[in-house]
Design a protein around this ligand. Structure first.
Ligand code: CUA
Length: 364
């Protein structure tokens, strides 16, 4: 009895005002994060945000999220509010009357069975609608792109007539036309995720998953592998670049061409070409228009046009490219591209790396 009284006494001492004063400083950082996420520049600060849907599919998924979140908040507030009120109203008072003894309340029990069933039914209706919107039949005018998950980068294949245009890590699409991605993997599981376009969808070895969405606004949309796939899973980024239809046509036309030839056979670019196409790079990469046939690494035919390298983690500039060619695993742990220069025996010299970088950058 004594311990119960002590507990009641200490509860009384804990006034709501005091609890708030001690709790607020702890909550402040959280509130700041929430406030920052709501600002106008939130896409600049969080370019991979799920809260800026840019397709019908992403909007539908966002709607479902908001619906379930607000229903959950309402149910939570109602439940905990009622509980707090009951705890307060029927709290222990010394000398108070004995609690009323009764068994069950049929009305209440029917109500708290029906209400959740109704809530779940509402969610089910909108979920079924979302399933139809996120798994549509491929439209006849869809642009098909094969997406192959690699360790740890993305290959994109565009069938154009009898030809297949192959590129990596930056997927280009037109606006206003449905895009059908045919997702597969040649190794482990990956997950394609460009949040502003659509939710995650897995790339699996023994089946082709589809993802269909229609980009609306030209722009660059950030993405990332969303299924743990090994050492450099967190470094498996990508960019989706949405063009105007004309811009996309130009991009595709350029991609279909073989690699540009060095204009001056004595230039650094020409020396670099020889090193790349006849040297160690040839075993793993393809550059259309040269004898290179390796299929382990990304196709490099128009590598100089890509904004990034190493699956979107580095800006494509001379300095980063040097570092990558010299020692790829130092940038990306587990990379299949080995260390080629630096402190290894018979590696590439710094001068050779300069030529290789010059050639790769010329591949526009
Ligand atoms: Cu690929 Cu994670």
């Amino acid at each position: 009895m004594k311990s119960v009284l002590t507990a009641a006494g200490s509860l009384r001492r804990l006034r709501p005002g005091r609890a708030l004063r001690s709790g607020l400083p702890a909550l402040l950082p959280l509130l700041l994060v929430v406030a920052a996420a709501c600002g106008d520049d939130h896409l600049t600060r969080f370019p991979q945000s799920t809260f800026a849907p840019a397709t019908e599919m992403a909007e539908e998924q966002m709607f479902l999220f908001h619906l379930t979140m607000w229903m959950g908040i309402a149910v939570g507030l109602l439940t905990f509010g009622l509980m707090a009120w009951i705890l307060w109203k029927f709290r222990y008072r010394p000398g108070g009357p004995e609690a009323q003894q009764f068994h069950g309340n049929t009305t209440l029990e029917i109500a708290w069975t029906l209400l959740p069933a109704l809530i779940v039914a509402v969610i089910a209706v909108f979920t079924v609608r979302a399933i139809f919107i996120t798994q549509p039949e491929p439209p006849a005018n869809a642009l098909n792109v094969r997406v192959i998950g690699k360790q740890w980068w993305w290959e994109f294949q565009y069938p154009v007539g009898k030809d297949t245009i192959v590129t990596a890590n930056e997927i280009h699409v037109p606006v206003g036309q449905p895009v059908q991605l045919l997702l597969e993997s040649d190794n482990v599981l990956h997950s394609f995720w460009v949040p502003q376009m659509a939710g995650k969808r897995d790339l699996i070895t023994n089946r082709v998953n589809r993802l269909i969405f229609t980009p609306r606004e030209p722009g660059v949309y950030m993405g990332q592998c969303a299924e743990f796939c090994g050492d450099s899973h967190a470094l498996m980024k990508m960019r989706l670049i949405a063009h105007t239809p004309e811009g996309f046509r130009q991009w595709l036309e350029n991609e279909a061409r073989p690699a540009v030839e060095p204009t001056d056979s004595a230039s650094a670019v020409a020396v670099g070409k020889k090193l790349v196409t006849q040297g160690v790079c040839a075993g793993c990469h393809v550059i259309k228009g040269t004898p290179m046939v390796g299929r382990t690494g990304p196709v490099l035919t128009h590598f100089g046009r890509r904004r990034t390298l190493a699956a979107g983690i580095l800006e494509n500039n001379a300095e980063n490219l040097r570092q990558w060619v010299r020692n790829a695993p130092s940038v990306k742990p587990g990379s299949k591209m080995p260390q080629l220069g630096g402190d290894i025996p018979n590696g590439l010299t710094e001068e050779q790396i300069t030529y290789i970088v010059a050639y790769l950058q010329s591949l526009q």
